[in-house]
Design a protein around this ligand. Structure first.
Ligand SMILES: Cc1cc2nc3c(=O)[nH]c(=O)nc-3n(C[C@H](O)[C@H](O)[C@H](O)COP(=O)(O)O)c2cc1C
Length: 198
């Protein structure tokens, strides 16, 4: 049975533009995988801790010295890694807020970055330990940044995912959503790209 992991991160929930495009993606995926399983991880409602002294001790410290709080954080991280490993395919809604990803997504990435679990360093450099699989990144933006030299978001997300092993990435850009005369075509193009994926 195929498994799709849907990672959502719009502060507007299912009403967000990225969530609506992801919903279209999921409809197509379901039609192709009627028996498939869909795992949903809503980064906004998770309330992940920010990276701080407690989180870094939980993820990198000596387990023998862990408190209950450290163990709870580590368990949460283990669950996130396990679902990423379980998925055959991943779709990620990535809204553009103040020139970058939602801060909740940064906390999510911080919980995924685990030496010996999601990446390791070898004499040839870093190696990702998550088995590669198709990842669709749906980015929604009020303005236009693609290939402008000012897109600090998608290059960063691709760098992070590639670092843990996910390199098979297709990006769906829906840009100019706050720009009259641009938004409609941009959404139509994004929907057409999504329709062509499955
Ligand atoms: C808090 C906030 C910050 C934003 N910052 C930017 C920005 O820096 N550049 C931009 O082009 N659009 C910006 N936008 C517009 C969003 O990128 C746009 O509304 C997009 O559709 C958000 O995706 P979502 O609807 O899935 O949440 C911002 C919107 C919000 C709510």
């Amino acid at each position: 049975m195929a498994t799709l992991l849907y990672i959502k991160s719009s502060i507007f929930g299912d009403g967000g533009q990225s969530s609506q495009l992801a919903a279209a993606f999921i409809e197509k995926w379901k039609a192709k995988h009627p028996q498939g399983e869909i795992l949903v991880r809503d980064l906004i409602t998770e309330n992940f801790p920010h990276m701080d002294g407690t989180v870094v001790t939980a993820l990198r410290g000596d387990a023998a010295e862990h408190s209950d709080e450290h163990r709870a954080i580590l368990q949460r991280s283990d669950e996130l890694v396990a679902e990423l490993n379980k998925a055959d395919e991943v779709v990620i809604g990535v809204p553009f807020y103040n020139f970058n990803i939602p801060s909740q997504m940064k906390s999510y990435f911080d919980l995924l970055a685990r030496a010996g679990v999601t990446f390791s360093y070898t004499e040839n450099g870093p190696v990702g330990l998550i088995e590669d699989k198709p990842v669709s990144l749906i980015t929604t933006r009020g303005g236009m940044y693609r290939d402008s030299g000012m897109d600090f978001q998608i290059p960063y997300v691709k760098q992070f995912l590639g670092f843990i092993g996910l390199k098979n990435i297709e990006v769906i850009y829906a840009e100019g959503l706050a720009m009259g005369g641009v938004a409609e075509k941009s959404l139509a193009d994004a929907n057409a790209q999504i329709a062509a994926i499955h």
